[in-house]
Design a protein around this ligand. Structure first.
Ligand code: ATP
Length: 217
C-alpha cells in the first residue's frame, strides 16, 4: 500500500490566484484523513492536486516518492477519486458505470461483474444496478459514485464531499465503508463539511484563509 505526501506546496488554478499556500500533508495507509473547511476553502483544490488533476504552482505531490504529473499516471499508481459532482455517465446504468471503470483499470469482465455486485450491495443499490443514472435520485447517484470508487480497490482513495446528499443512515454506512477501505490498507482522504464525520476520522486537516492547519495529526 502507498503513502501520498505533499511538502510545502502552493496550489492554484490560475497563476494570479493561489488557493492554498505552504500545504504540507501526508495520507498514510490504514488511516482516514479528514479535510475540512468552509465552502470555497480549497478542499476540492487539494484533492484535485492529490488526484493528479492539478499540478502545484510550487512543490510537488508524491505517491511513494514518485512525483505526480497527470491523472492517467495517478490512476496507474492506484489513486482513486470519487468526485464531488459524481462524474457518472448519465446514459449508462449504475452497473455499467462501475464495470467500465473496473475494466479500464485492468480488471477482467468476470472481475468487473463480481466487484460491481459487491460494491453496489452494501450501498443498498442492488435493485438499481440496471437503471440508468439519469433515472436515479441524487442520493442514489452519489451512492453509485461511491460504489464505483470502492470497486476500484485503490491504494489511495480520495472522497470529495461524498455524503452531502445522503440521509443519516447512509452517511453512517459510508463512514463504515471508508473505514473498511482503510482496514484493507488504503490511505483514505475524505473532504467534508460535516464535523461529526470529521470526528470519526483518524486525523483532520483544516483549510481556511488560504492555509492548511492540522487540527489532529
Ligand atoms: N476545476 C476548477 N477550475 C478552476 N477553479 C477551480 C476549480 N475547482 C475549484 N476552483 C476554485 O478554487 C477555489 C477553491 O474552491 P474549492 O472547490 O477547492 O473549495 P471547496 O472547499 O471544495 O468548496 P465546496 O465545499 O464549496 O466544494 C474557488 O475559488 C474555486 O472557484
Amino acid at each position: 500500500m502507498k503513502t501520498l505526501s505533499i511538502a510545502d506546496a502552493d496550489l492554484a488554478w490560475d497563476a494570479d490566484l493561489t488557493v492554498l499556500r505552504g500545504v504540507t500533508v501526508e495520507a498514510r495507509p490504514g488511516q482516514i484523513l479528514a479535510v475540512t473547511g468552509t465552502s470555497g476553502a480549497g478542499k476540492t483544490t487539494l484533492l484535485s492536486a492529490m488526484a493528479g488533476l492539478l499540478t502545484p504552482a510550487r512543490g510537488e505531490v508524491l505517491v511513494d516518492g514518485e512525483r505526480l504529473t497527470n491523472r492517467d499516471q495517478a490512476v496507474k499508481l492506484g489513486v482513486v477519486l470519487i468526485p464531488q459532482d459524481n462524474g457518472l455517465a448519465a446514459i449508462l446504468t449504475a452497473a455499467e458505470n462501475i464495470s467500465v471503470a473496473v475494466i479500464a483499470t485492468g480488471g477482467t469482465a468476470a472481475e468487473a461483474r463480481r466487484r460491481t455486485a459487491e460494491a453496489l450491495e452494501p450501498l443498498g443499490l442492488s435493485g438499481q444496478a440496471n437503471q440508468l443514472i439519469e433515472e436515479l435520485s441524487g442520493g442514489q447517484q452519489q451512492r453509485t459514485a461511491i460504489a464505483r470508487g470502492l470497486a476500484l480497490q485503490g491504494d489511495i482513495l480520495l472522497a470529495d464531499e461524498i455524503t452531502s446528499e445522503l440521509d443519516a443512515a447512509n452517511r453512517q454506512r459510508v463512514m463504515e465503508l471508508l473505514r473498511a477501505e482503510a482496514a484493507r490498507g488504503a490511505a483514505v482522504v475524505f473532504a467534508t463539511h460535516d464535523p461529526e464525520a470529521a470526528a470519526a476520522c483518524d486525523r483532520e486537516l483544516h483549510l481556511g484563509d488560504g492555509e492548511a492547519i492540522w487540527v489532529r495529526n
